[in-house]
Design a protein around this ligand. Structure first.
Ligand SMILES: NC(=O)c1ccc[n+]([C@@H]2O[C@H](COP(=O)([O-])OP(=O)(O)OC[C@H]3O[C@@H](n4cnc5c(N)ncnc54)[C@H](OP(=O)(O)O)[C@@H]3O)[C@@H](O)[C@H]2O)c1
Length: 175
């Protein structure tokens, strides 16, 4: 199973503030939905709560928390006590790919096990309180890049980028 990270980050790697996103980019929301549809999505408890505590439809939702008695409320949510456990759980679904969808803590803990990064680079420098780790150019190679302009629905220009890890030995593949 390919372990992928999917994220939207500003030029200075900001991904959120006050447990919210800092932009509304409808094309990115569509891209996220199309890319992750039908696959397991792994997220931190805070990101889950930022989604109004509702599972993303059409996907296996796995929330990572240290709270043993955490109650996800409504919906069909699987819980995991670490990112590694969440990935093991995702692998049981027999999906070809699973997606780590944030937030900052979970991304930071996932960079060593991830094979791919689907990065929407938002071309702005913004203030925030949550960050994506820097992409180390010695470990990651940019496979594709598609630039899109700002328009009446998108306040900032942005680029869809696909990064792949250079050294397969760094990634923990789960068959
Ligand atoms: N731009 C984007 O693409 C994007 C995507 C997703 C999220 N975000 C933003 O990111 C922000 C949220 O990120 P965040 O860093 O504050 O929180 P987070 O990573 O979503 O969740 C953190 C929580 O995950 C659990 N956790 C973390 N590491 C763990 C471990 N090793 N084992 C078990 N549980 C663990 C803990 O839950 P407990 O406290 O319950 O133990 C922790 O409080 C929001 O602003 C959100 O909008 C942005």
């Amino acid at each position: 199973m390919i372990i992928s990270v999917i994220v939207a980050a500003s030029e200075n790697n900001v991904i959120g503030k006050n447990n919210q996103l800092l932009w509304r980019l409808p094309n990115d929301a569509k891209y996220f939905k199309n890319t992750t549809w039908g696959m397991p999505v792994i997220m931190g408890r805070k990101t889950f709560e930022s989604l109004r505590a509702e599972p993303l439809p059409g996907r296996i939702n796995i929330v990572v928390t240290r709270q043993k008695n955490w109650d996800p409320g409504k919906g069909n949510i699987a819980m995991a006590s670490s990112v590694e456990d969440a990935v093991e759980l995702a692998a049981k679904s027999d999906c070809r790919e699973s997606f780590i969808i944030g937030g900052g803590q979970i991304y930071a803990e996932s960079m060593t096990i991830a094979d791919r990064i689907y990065m929407t680079r938002v071309h702005a420098v913004l203030e925030g309180d949550t960050f994506f780790p820097s992409i180390d150019p010695d470990r990651w190679i940019l496979q594709s890049n598609r630039d899109l302009p700002a328009d009446d629905k998108h306040a900032f220009p942005y680029s869809f980028q696909l990064w792949e890890k250079t050294k397969q030995s760094d990634s923990k593949r789960i068959k």
